[in-house]
Write a protein that binds this ligand. Structure first.
Ligand SMILES: O=C(O)c1ccccc1N[C@@H]1O[C@H](COP(=O)(O)O)[C@@H](O)[C@H]1O
Length: 224
């Protein structure tokens, strides 16, 4: 029996230029991330995010990404960027993440961690989904570190995005290995931090769509 049609969701993260946001929309990505984390080389100021929002077509999520920002900073960023979804990538707890009245994704560094789905759901019960990143717990995302397929919890029953070191040349194999709900990429589609490359963005989307056309069950033992 053939498997049902499935479309791996795509999030491009760390955009800083309206033109890159516009192209992401034209390529059909599901979400565009703007980063307010102090430790990020892709950080934007709240005022900059307003222009990025304006470049976004309808039906595409704008994700505001934070990492241990204080409440005042988060509120200021939300007021200017008007995101549809939040992403917290630090040590924020569920109460903090949900206190802004918007759905949120929790980013989790899975490198060297043996976190199962039950633990993730217990710690962040109101998360709309998770971003499983390849870096170690406590480190910043956007590091380009790959996630070992063996670290993906088999029992995670909410949408989750695979992240960490994805690029056009490896995203197809990564999808075939673990069949995530979505994929999240920052460094693999850029020329320099925050400066995306149109050709890489396009190739990334093409590779995801090619993997989607292959039937499930063609899994490979490892992502790499
Ligand atoms: O990208 C960043 O600079 C960043 C900083 C702090 C927390 C999270 C960050 N990015 C997240 O990490 C993934 C993977 O990045 P990469 O593809 O390995 O470069 C990215 O998509 C963001 O969700």
């Amino acid at each position: 029996m053939s498997s049902p049609p499935f479309r791996t969701r795509i999030k491009f993260c760390g955009l800083t230029r309206p033109g890159d946001v516009r192209l992401a929309g034209e390529l059909g990505v599901d979400a565009v991330g703007v980063i307010f984390a102090a430790r990020s080389r892709r950080r934007v100021a709240p005022g900059q995010a307003e222009a990025l929002h304006a470049a976004l077509p309808p039906l595409v999520d704008l994700v505001a990404l934070f990492m241990d920002n204080d409440e005042r900073e988060v509120r200021a960023a939300i007021a200017q960027a008007r995101p549809t979804l939040l992403q917290f990538h630090g040590s924020e707890d569920d109460a903090f993440c949900r206190s802004f009245g918007l759905p949120y994704l929790k980013g989790v560094g899975m490198g060297g961690a043996a976190l199962d789905g039950r633990t993730l759901r217990a710690r962040w019960p109101h998360a709309a989904g998770f971003v499983l990143d390849g870096h170690a717990p406590g480190q910043a995302g956007g590091s380009g570190q790959r996630l070992d397929a063996a670290s993906v919890p088999a029992d995670l029953d909410v949408p989750w995005l695979l992240a960490g070191g994805l690029m056009p040349d490896n995203v197809g194999d990564a999808i075939r290995a673990v069949r995530p709900w979505g994929v999240d990429v920052a460094g693999g589609i850029e020329l320099a931090p925050g400066v995306k490359d149109g050709a890489l963005m396009r190739r990334f989307v093409e590779q995801v769509r090619a993997a989607d056309l292959e039937p499930a069950g063609t899994a490979m033992p490892a992502i790499g």
